[in-house]
Design a protein around this ligand. Structure first.
Ligand SMILES: [Cu+2]
Length: 445
């Protein structure tokens, strides 16, 4: 319908991004041009693209105009320089769970296109309704210091906002497309009973064109860590450009007590003890009903969302930058941190601070495009893994690496209670992804 306009819009964005990337590539390639047999791809892969003049990752080289000795021979991973764009806060995003509660709505950022994400929680026909406002809007967002990427977004951020609801709720999403000339949809990875609400071009309202609106309604089931994404064609473009986010469905302890087999992989007799044990697991997973919930967590549990993504900055069908939550080396010590290889409490600012006495629960999703798989590996500790978060006891115990294709997701649980305070790395165990940005640290205090 609007494919011609769509293509021309894409071409403009791609041309801008391509120009940035080509000049960046030229600088990188020039800096190692005397090395025989070095390809463009090898340069990008080996040097961990740097937005500034410094290059880190191999510690092998630096560009001619780099006069800061502290950048030389770092032998470490990381993005030199400092992120400048303040609109998206990856630390805030990490622990921002939106339940529909409009009393905590953040200020508007998009004028008439922004009606506030959280639109309210209310009862309707005996069911709890959690209502949200979603706006499709194009923006630029930084993926490395000084390097912005033309994103297609839900609510002006990549990843899109994290939605958190309770099993059995009705999720009502008022979707407005604020793009000037491109259609989008929202497709939920839920057990969705109404094909009109599936968010694909062939069903129900189909694509929601420019300036159009549609209200999606989804049943919150099953329990787990799920996702939503745009399902418009070309699908790989709409996913790669950033139109995705997570949707967490918390279990209701009373439902679990009633029918524990639905939530646990257990074939023995259902006793009262089994019911209580399962219900207790449900209680510890249910953030929504915890009155003492705060962004720092609840009940001794610190929860966070990590979405693995990547960016093809020259649009050749191959990613140049990899990340968790969009920014390369997002939660790694930066050169602007008071960090020189020796960790000192309180002197680093970018790693994710965690309390060694708390359980860490990571909702991990893979939304990488172009690469077949992605992975998460944490150093010095092993985790329990719940595939898609749909069971209340782990499917895999005591692993330190998990592999995912696109849209796979799960819950990781671990703690650092026996560990010395300090920095603990986590990263993709595709080494190239790690060197190109998908690497970060926990700061255990
Ligand atoms: Cu789209």
């Amino acid at each position: 319908m609007s494919s011609n306009r769509q293509e021309s819009d894409s071409a403009i964005h791609e041309d801008d991004a391509g120009t940035v990337t080509r000049s960046l590539e030229e600088r990188l390639v020039d800096s190692v041009k005397n090395h025989d047999g070095v390809s463009r791809r090898a340069v990008l892969g080996g040097l961990a693209i740097a937005g500034g003049s410094a290059i880190v990752g191999t510690g092998a080289t630096r560009s001619d105009d780099d006069t800061n000795d502290s950048n030389d021979e770092t032998m470490g991973f990381g993005a030199p320089g400092t992120y400048t764009e303040e609109q998206f806060d990856p630390h805030g995003f990490l622990r921002e769970f939106n339940t529909g509660d409009s009393t905590n709505e953040r200020p508007s950022r998009f004028g008439e296109n922004d009606f506030g994400l959280n639109a309210g929680i209310y009862e309707e026909n005996g069911q709890t309704v959690r209502e949200f406002n979603f706006v499709a809007i194009p923006i630029e967002q930084e993926i490395l210091p000084g390097i912005s990427f033309p994103m297609w977004t839900f609510n002006g951020q990549v990843p899109g906002p994290t939605i958190r609801v309770e099993e059995g709720d009705l999720v009502r999403v008022n979707f407005t497309n604020a793009f000037p000339d491109m259609g989008h949809t929202i497709h939920p990875h839920l057990r969705n009973l109404n094909p009109r609400m599936d968010g694909t071009p062939q069903n129900g309202p189909g694509l929601i064109d420019s300036s159009e609106s549609f209200t999606y309604e989804w049943q919150a089931q099953p329990v787990g860590t799920h996702l939503y994404h745009c399902h418009m064609l070309p699908l790989k473009a709409h996913v790669h450009r950033g139109m995705y986010g997570s949707m967490i469905v918390d279990p209701k302890p009373e439902n679990v007590r009633e029918n524990p087999r639905k939530y646990i992989d257990y074939h023995g007799p259902i006793t009262d003890e089994v019911r209580e044990m399962a219900a207790e697991r449900a209680r510890s997973r249910n953030m929504i009903s915890h009155a003492d919930y705060s962004p720092e967590g609840f009940d001794g549990i610190d929860e966070m969302v990590m979405i693995m993504n990547g960016f093809d900055t020259n649009f050749d069908g191959d990613n140049e930058v990899y990340a968790v939550n969009t920014r390369g080396f997002c939660y790694a010590p930066a050169q602007t941190d008071a960090f020189n290889g020796e960790w000192e409490a309180g002197e680093t600012k970018h790693p994710i601070e965690i309390d060694r006495n708390e359980l860490q629960r990571v909702h991990l999703l893979n939304m990488i495009e172009f690469d077949f798989v992605n992975s998460f590996h944490c150093h010095s500790q092993f985790f329990d893994y719940y595939d898609a978060g749909t069971t209340l006891f782990p499917n895999r115990k005591t692993i330190d690496t998990v592999l995912m294709c696109q849209a796979q997701r799960g819950i990781l649980e671990f703690d650092y209670s026996n560990h010395e305070p300090g920095l603990y790395m986590f990263h993709a165990h595709q080494s190239e992804f790690a060197e190109l940005g998908w690497m970060s640290f926990f700061e255990v205090n």
